[in-house]
Structures are given as C-alpha cells and as structure tokens.
Design a binder for this molecule. Sequence first.
Ligand code: GGG
Length: 360
Amino acid sequence: MPSTARTYRIATIPGDGVGREVVDAGRAVLDAAARVSGEDFALEWTELPWGSDHYGRTGRMMPADGLQTLEGFDAIYFGAVGWPGVPDHVSLWGLRLAICQGFDQWANVRPVVFHPGVTSPLRKADSADLDWVVVRENSEGEYAGLGGRNFSAREGGEVAVQSSLFTETGCERIMRFSFELARTRDRKKVASVTKSNAQQYGMVLWDDVFRRVAADYPDVETESVLVDAMAARFVLAPESLSVVVASNLNADILSDLGSALAGSLGIAASANLNPERRYPSMFEPVHGSAPDIAGRGVANPIGAVASGAMMLDHLGHPEVADAVRAAIDATTAAGVLTADLGGSATTEDVTSALVAALRE
Ligand code: GGG
C-alpha cells in the first residue's frame, strides 16, 4: 500500500547565539512527537544558515532572494537574532523583520503560560490558573521603519525622526483576529492597549477601530487600557486578563513582562502568523540570542519547543501540539529546570526529559 503520510516542509533558521541550541532541541522534540503520535505525518527540515555569521561573510543577514527561497515552505522555525559586532537594528531588520513584514505575518501571538514546578515572581497563590495571551500587531505601528537622520555634519545638531504608522486596515484585522481568538477561550474578553492620551493620532485611530469592531462581538467583554496601567495590571491583577491586543512595540514590551512573570523569558513561545495563509508563518521563541550563555548548552529550550507546538497547531495537528505542551508541564513538574528557572539542567537534559515524557 502506498504511504499516505503527509510530509511538511519546514525551513529552519537557527540564526544567532542560543538560536542554534534551542532550534536543535525543538526539532528533536517535534520529531519525537510526530513519531509517537499515531498521526500519519512527518516534518522535513531544511536548514538555512542565515544570521550574523552570514552578515559577516556577505554583508547581508540573508540572501537577497531569501524570501523567494522561503516561499515554498509550509512553515518557518526560527531561533534568535542579534550578535555583538552587528548593530541590533541591522540584524533585526535584516532577518526577523524582513521575514515578518515580507510575508505579511501581521499577527504575532504570544501566550503567557504558567507551568507546574516553575516559581513565578507573582505573589499569587494560584498562578497555575493564570493564562493570558498577548496579540502583537506585527506589521506596522512603531515598527513601520519610517523616519530618518539628518544634519549629521552639524556639530551637536543631528536630528532623528521615527514615525509610527497606523492604518485602519491594519488595526481592524488585528482586532478581528483578537476577538475571534477570545471567542475560543474560557474567558471571552479583549483588552486593547494604547497610549492614546499622549499619542493622539495613530492610537486614537486604534481606539476608534477597536470600538467599531467590538460592536460586531457583543458576546466578548472589552476594555481599553493605557499601556502603563496595563503593565501594573500584569503584576497586580493578572487574573483579569484573557486576550491583550497592543501595537508592535507595546505588545513586545508587555509580552516580555508576561513571560518574566511566568518564570522566565526562556519559556515564552510565539507565532508570527499570516492568517490568510498566502505566505508561510514563522514560529520562534520570544527570547533573543543570549550571547552571554550561547554555546554552553544551558539555554532553556522550552520557548522554542512550545513555539513548535504552535507550529503543529498551525499545520493542523492540535492533539500532537497538546501532547508537546503536556510533556513541557511534566518536565517542569519533575523539576528538570535550566538555570533561568533556578535549576541546573542542561539544554540536553530538558530535551531528553521532554522526549521521554512524550513516550509515556
Ligand atoms: N526569537 C526572537 C528574537 O530573536 N528577537 C530578537 C529581538 O531583538 N527582537 C526584537 C523585536 O522583534 O521586536
């Protein structure tokens, strides 16, 4: 009988620093999950050696036809970007943002998940019950790349302008996405975050669109919160949160805060989605390249593994994704924790524990 197995073509871009270690760990766990799942599919990985080393050799973070190379894949599995010696804005714009914006991955979903056995800095008795998700507008806002520097020849007179871009279309699609996501959750609520008291054009447009879209979702509770108040709320009343939608920069900051409250940036997952599926979506841990620990085999692979679970959801295998998430909980509950979580396990120890948990 011919095999009916579906093979997904995944482009892996380990990128810089610990990206290498965590992507390798993620691949091992996802392959194991596919093998033991009983579902007839496999992942075929193609590695693309792009990042700061590539920049050192060629002057580019990825080849000029990089997006064309990626276009035929079912998904992209990404590690991290940023390395000393390459200005951060050059590495970020040359790789991660080039892919997110080039493929219109306009929804960046960043769940804040609390795991058993992981100590949260929150003084909440029941942090295990906490669970919210930050939706980051991923295509415009403060990351529109609009602006410039001038008068550099005039001593002390250099001027820099950095403009944000908010479009009605961009605001509307991220809000509809957030409302649809809220409908799938136990708590049907969307909190929209801005600084619209001070940013009186773009973020007021954002608020207007939020109100208009909310009218189409009367079953979903809503609130509009200023970003400073929301930062305090993350710490003081996280049980009030479900879906939190914010602009590119605000959501980036809030999601780092959320993952730190859940124990560490090392456990935070994310999906950069092109919801129309016209282009491949990209899955990556929220953390960066961590040059201070790169190459030492101690990076926490959980953020990358959990991002892989989001990739399995996207590919249509939610039960296998749930099995990966259960393996993460079993591993942290058993106390197999890397140094960022107060343990002494290596990346390999955690990876082996995850694979073993999948087999149980
Ligand atoms: N895996 C995520 C990553 O490498 N992030 C690096 C970074 O500096 N990101 C900033 C941003 O995307 O706003």
